[in-house]
Design a protein around this ligand. Structure first.
Ligand SMILES: O=P(O)(O)OC[C@H]1O[C@H](O)[C@H](O)[C@@H](O)[C@@H]1O
Length: 545
């Protein structure tokens, strides 16, 4: 559809939703439930092993119809189909966004610029599988012949968060006799702490970087090389202790890593969409090639669902539309993701890059500034921990924070009554946030009048409950794909490029300029604003020499 004529906010469905938001603001979730006994089933959908209950969102049947009309008005399905065909939907970088190709089964085909990318994808997956198997069975040895016991992934952003999140999430399936660590920060403490108890003779570094030029990753990789060579006493050790994952194989070779030990991917894989590519190598070593393929199958199941299901029953499309509804139309600034599963403790951090780097944009595809709020802040912690800290604000604060509560029906670690208690909290929180507690109810409990106002819960705070049976590799894949396509849907409605990230550039450029001023290589403390100048001078006066 044309983006050049007028703002998306001028569309008929957009305008109708804006008017409808005023109606919904006047309706409490208590009323919406009272008006429709079947709401609990009517506002729930199921696909690919995921159950999405959005009955406790602030929506009526009319809201849903209007949101679906908005999706049609904004051409969400057309844009989705263009993504799946491999069109260059990332317009500012002139690239396709084809992460869905990373999880297509071997017997499928997707031709982009005359190349069947599925063939290439499976070639790399097969090489990864052979390598992972060799590390796992001890036939890949370190310099000196000892098997690898420790795998350290060096990467940042999409080259860290996906592997780190997936390793934590799938720890249950991982090799317990091996150690997996993730180094991302240029802060030397990250590398130092990750390696302090490791034996270099048994340690493999996976240097993961799409561009292979990222400052943090290259700095850590050089430190890792010095650490390895220093301990093992021979440059040749690099060949047994370093592998690389990148689209930039020339830079990999320049760094000194044997091209035979490099696993490639393609420019059409965005960093934050890359955990199914060779960037997942450390995940595959941890959980084994079979589990990794199950993970990919879980992603693919949701890809197919997103591509084929009518919008009304389409889980990622509905989630995306609800996020637009809550933030753009009802005015929430943030959404909390609260996984009730300890293994998903890094999932909110993973989603922060996915959602905020994708949709934190103020300019439309046609270069015009948007006249509506786009990407929201996404944050969270595993339940039940958050309940004993920030949930106070969720329940009684002045801001409405819509929440996604993620739960599993079966625990991977069934211990006494733990899991029923954990799951009870998922349901209890959603119920409390939606329905609250009235002053009458508080009084009826015998609360002194002076405290009644303090103990009232207004309720009407929207939640989505997302369930899967068990945290399997496939369930994790489906869950991540669900959020990926939800983010896609939001970006399509907002008319922005969800696949670029120009906003990370300026800080990087300035750091490159400031770094030599701090180390004393160049004259410092004058070329910036007065605040930056003073901070540079203060640092220089105090830094360790
Ligand atoms: O994989 P790399 O090329 O090293 O990039 C790592 C990360 O850094 C960049 O600054 C981007 O903001 C991220 O999208 C990317 O995932």
């Amino acid at each position: 559809m044309s983006e050049t004529v007028s703002s998306p906010s001028a569309g008929a469905a957009w305008q109708a939703l804006a008017a409808h938001a005023a109606v919904i603001r006047g309706r409490h979730l208590r009323d919406l439930f009272a008006a429709d006994e079947s709401r609990g089933e009517g506002f729930a959908r199921e696909a690919a092993g995921l159950y999405l209950d959005f009955a406790k969102q602030r929506v009526s049947a009319e809201t849903l119809d209007l949101l679906l009309a908005l999706a049609r008005e904004r051409g969400v399905e057309e844009r989705r189909d263009a993504m799946f065909r491999g069109e260059r939907i990332n317009v500012t970088e002139g690239r396709p966004a084809l992460h869905i190709a990373l999880r297509l089964p071997r017997d499928r085909s997707l031709v982009v610029d005359g190349v069947d990318v599925v063939v290439e994808v499976h070639e790399v997956l097969d090489r990864m599988a052979r390598f992972a198997a060799a590390v796992r069975d001890g036939s890949w040895t370190g310099y000196g012949g000892r098997p690898i016991r420790n795998v350290v992934n060096i990467g940042i952003g999409g080259s860290d968060l996906g592997p780190a999140m997936a390793y934590e999430a799938l720890r249950h399936y991982s090799r317990r006799d091996m150690v997996f660590r993730f180094v991302s920060n240029v802060d030397g403490s990250d590398f130092a702490e990750a390696t302090r108890d490791l034996d270099p003779a048994e340690t493999l570094f996976v240097v993961a970087s799409k561009t292979f030029t990222t400052l943090e990753t290259m700095t850590n990789a050089r430190t890792a090389r010095a650490w390895t060579v220093g301990a093992l006493g021979d440059e040749a050790a690099v060949g047994r202790h370093f592998v690389a994952v990148s689209t930039n194989l020339a830079e990999v070779a320049a760094f000194g890593i044997d091209p035979a030990n490099a696993f490639g991917f393609w420019e059409w894989v965005g960093g934050r969409y890359s955990m199914c590519s060779a960037i997942g190598l450390s995940t595959m070593v941890a959980v084994g090639p079979e589990h990794f393929r199950e993970l990919l199958a879980g992603f693919h199941a949701v890809d197919e669902h997103f591509r084929e299901a009518p919008l009304r029953d389409n889980l990622p499309a509905l989630m995306g539309l609800l996020a637009v509804w809550n933030t753009t139309f009802l005015g929430s600034d943030s959404i909390a993701v609260l996984p009730y599963d300890q293994y998903l403790r890094r999932f909110p951090a993973y989603l922060q890059q996915l959602a905020m780097e994708s949709n934190g944009k103020s300019v439309r595809l046609d270069g015009e500034r948007v006249d509506y709020p786009t990407g929201y802040v996404i944050w969270g912690e595993p339940g039940t921990n958050g309940q004993h800290s920030f949930y106070q604000l969720l329940h009684q604060g002045t801001r409405i924070v819509p929440c996604d509560l993620i739960g599993f029906c079966r625990s991977l670690n069934p211990l006494g009554g733990h899991h029923d208690l954990l799951f009870a909290n998922v349901l209890a929180q959603a119920e409390a946030l939606a329905f609250g507690k009235t002053a009458e109810q508080v009084r009826a409990e015998g609360t002194p009048e002076a405290l009644v106002a303090h103990r009232v819960f207004e309720g009407n705070r929207p939640t989505t409950v997302l369930l899967a049976d068990e945290l399997t590799p496939a369930a994790l894949g489906s869950l991540v794909a669900l959020y990926e396509h939800s983010v896609f849907t939001q970006g399509a409605v907002w008319g922005i490029d969800s696949f670029d990230q120009w906003g990370v550039e300026l800080g990087k450029q300035l750091a490159q300029r400031i770094a030599p001023e701090l180390s004393g290589d160049v004259e410092a403390g004058a070329g910036h604003d007065s605040s930056t100048n003073a901070l540079v001078r203060r640092y220089r006066a105090r830094r360790r020499r």
